[in-house]
Ligand binder design. Structure first.
Ligand SMILES: *[C@@H]1O[C@H](CO)[C@@H](O)[C@H](O)[C@H]1NC(C)=O
Ligand SMILES: *[C@@H]1O[C@H](CO)[C@@H](O)[C@H](O)[C@H]1NC(C)=O
Ligand SMILES: *[C@@H]1O[C@H](CO)[C@@H](O)[C@H](O)[C@H]1NC(C)=O
Ligand SMILES: *[C@@H]1O[C@H](CO)[C@@H](O)[C@H](O)[C@H]1NC(C)=O
Ligand SMILES: *[C@@H]1O[C@H](CO)[C@@H](O)[C@H](O)[C@H]1NC(C)=O
Ligand SMILES: *[C@@H]1O[C@H](CO)[C@@H](O)[C@H](O)[C@H]1NC(C)=O
Ligand SMILES: *[C@@H]1O[C@H](CO)[C@@H](O)[C@H](O)[C@H]1NC(C)=O
Length: 565
């Protein structure tokens, strides 16, 4: 039975990028250093600047830009008016080995074309000429007004795609507008995907997450040259990108590399994989690969294409039958290995003391695409109970259908798709996120929780008509709001873009999404019981529904509790 599949994510990523207005060249000004302020972080930032004599300059009569960094000259282009774009390789790796940060500035995959965008990491469903294993690259979006001592924050974006697809060049991810609106640098990164990033035959784990850490290390080195303060990095991501950020929060060695985090639509229900499950999944992968785990000649002779479209695709669609905790949606993911990642950061084990401010958001209909794509006609009661039973097992099924939120007998026209949609949204995303917020706050952290009641339909989502209905906000429909890349936004969308970018700016600068002089509603931090979730795109508090402290996670277990991850 197809239930929580994520075909939505796969399909919508195949749509072409949006285009922008033509580039206009702008002059960089390089002003002198100003006196250190009382703010210790800015003071440090300026100190870093004085020790690295860097210069931003614009080549005459050209849109090409060169910036001196500690790793050599960075080459970029003016992308849209007021923002330049630098495509860069941040790390390299041998197949199925940990990556290492580059020691010299380089364009992606040995390119000599400063205008070219990075090739994607190997993944199924795309032409193999669009990807390369030499894919640990990022795109930096830098406002042209920045200068050596600007010391602005950076938002590092981690894309989604179920750890298997996606890239920095996906639709809507042009960081230019976001960089301008937040007066920040926006870095959109890539990391190894699928079996190449998360299922190595040689017992390496979390390779893709290690890439993300190396992207942060690279930024720490080069940001001062672009006017960025390396002590003010916020990591942000959506869906599996947000999941990777939650993993990053559980990596002690990475804590000094970023100050705050934004998690949009993290499917938190799944949790990380246990080492035990990871080993089973790895053996299953090797059994489909046509090489033994130690036959290096055989492993190296495989093309990336062979891996992602052969055993990799098999791994994606069949892992759940080998290890139920693998899930249908994200079978290749991070593992709680006890050394790199040292906590599950969920309700199954002690939660460490935390301090970083985090911003957590969901959209109103996270499960909309999946449910309405899987069930194109009404779901009657008999089918509903069978689906819930099959998806959650008998124990959880009985509590669920006996509860007010997902009860039988309440469907209009004998169509239970609305209940299934809410159930998917609550269990996989929203209630799991609220449980996490409570845990975070109870252990010393600050969390702000929001729910998008308005979005911008992400390319591909229109394939499901439910997602195009007024008032419906499907998974991914928050992306182009945050980036300000929605095509022809109406006035409500434009207002939400302005609001979210202002809130993000404030969060990047101060760890609080309420600016001092804000005209927006107060966004109260989550409490240990009431998460104070606000509506983003309308007014008031988000309805709590079944996301109470006593229902999900207590009366009904999340997958990560059932599978004891
Ligand atoms: C460089 O890349 C840009 C963007 O992909 C492309 O339009 C241009 O033709 C490329 N230039 C060369 C010399 O290949
Ligand atoms: C990436 O770089 C490698 C090594 O130079 C080259 O063989 C390959 O053709 C490049 N990939 C693409 C798609 O340009
Ligand atoms: C700006 O860069 C993005 C990639 O981040 C690209 O999709 C877009 O086409 C560029 N815009 C222009 C005008 O070159
Ligand atoms: C992976 O680890 C297992 C035991 O945990 C070991 O038997 C196997 O030889 C290792 N594989 C490789 C390629 O090192
Ligand atoms: C790319 O795909 C084509 C067509 O399927 C295939 O012939 C070629 O071997 C593939 N290239 C690589 C490097 O996998
Ligand atoms: C799983 O992937 C393999 C390899 O591409 C394919 O042959 C098989 O039909 C797929 N199975 C399902 C159930 O999608
Ligand atoms: C739920 O599924 C189990 C196992 O498949 C089955 O034995 C049981 O009868 C089902 N219960 C209901 C109420 O459908």
């Amino acid at each position: 039975m197809v239930f929580f599949s994520i075909t939505c994510i796969l399909l919508s990523l195949l749509v072409a990028s949006l285009s922008h207005a033509s580039p206009v060249s702008r002059e960089f000004s390089s002003s002198g250093l100003s006196l250190p302020s009382l703010d210790s972080k800015s003071w440090l930032c300026r100190l870093v600047h004085t020790t690295r004599a860097q210069k931003l300059c614009l080549r005459e009569e050209s849109t090409a830009i060169s910036v001196n960094t500690p790793l050599g000259a960075a080459q970029g282009v003016v992308n849209v008016s007021g923002v330049s774009r630098f495509a860069a390789k941040y790390a390299s790796a041998k197949r199925w080995s940990p990556s290492t940060v580059v020691t010299a500035w380089a364009l992606p995959n040995g390119s000599t074309n400063v205008s070219a965008l990075p090739l994607m990491c190997p993944q199924p469903f795309v032409d193999n000429s669009t990807f390369t294993e030499d894919c640990m690259s990022m795109i930096l979006h830098v406002p042209t007004t920045l200068h050596a001592d600007s010391c602005v924050p950076t938002l590092m974006w981690v894309h989604g795609g179920s750890f298997m697809v996606g890239s920095a060049t996906n639709p809507g991810l042009d960081g230019s507008a976001l960089a301008l609106a937040t007066d920040s640098i926006v870095a959109v990164i890539q990391y190894r995907l699928g079996a190449l990033g998360f299922v190595a035959p040689n017992n390496q784990t979390n390779l893709g997450l290690g890439d993300v850490v190396n992207a942060l290390k690279f930024l720490t080195t080069v940001l001062p040259s672009f006017g960025g303060d390396p002590s003010k990095i916020t990591v942000a991501g959506q869906s599996s990108g947000a999941n990777l950020i939650r993993a990053l929060l559980a990596v002690p060695s990475a804590q000094s590399l970023f100050q705050s985090a934004i998690l949009q639509s993290d499917p938190m229900d799944y949790g990380f994989l246990s080492s035990f499950d990871q080993v089973q999944l790895q053996q299953f992968f090797v059994s489909n690969l046509g090489c033994t785990a130690t036959d290096l000649a055989c492993l190296n002779a495989l093309t990336a294409d062979n891996i992602v479209n052969g055993a990799g695709l098999w791994q994606f669609n069949s892992s759940v039958s080998v290890v139920p905790a693998a899930t249908q949606a994200a079978p290749m993911r991070v593992v709680d290995d006890g050394t790199f990642i040292t906590s599950t950061l969920d309700s199954t084990s002690p939660f460490p003391r935390v301090s970083k401010p985090i911003l957590l958001s969901n959209v109103l209909h996270e499960g909309g695409y999946t449910i309405y794509r899987s069930f194109s006609s009404p779901v009657p009661e008999t089918e509903y109970v069978a689906i819930v039973n099959a998806s959650f097992g008998e124990t959880r099924y009985e509590t669920l259908v006996g509860s007010q939120s997902y009860a039988v007998e309440t469907a209009q026209n004998d169509d239970y798709r609305p209940q299934l949609q809410v159930l998917a949204t609550d269990s996989i995303w929203q209630c799991a996120t609220w449980t996490f917020a409570r845990n975070w706050v109870s252990n010393g952290g600050t969390a702000y929780v929001g729910l998008y009641s308005l979005g911008a339909s992400y390319p591909g989502n229109s394939a499901v008509s439910f997602c195009t209905e007024p008032g419906v906000v499907c998974h991914q429909d928050d992306i182009e709001i945050v980036f300000g890349t929605a095509l022809d936004p109406d006035s409500a969308q434009s207002a939400l873009i302005i609001e979210m970018q202002a809130r993000y700016k404030s969060f990047l600068y101060s760890g609080n999404p309420n600016a001092d002089d804000s005209s927006f509603a107060n966004w109260e931090a989550a409490g240990a019981s009431d998460v104070n979730a606000i509506m983003l795109g309308s007014t008031g508090d988000a309805p709590v529904g079944a996301c109470t402290p006593s229902f999900w996670g207590q009366s009904v277990a999340y997958d990560y509790q059932v599978f004891d991850i």
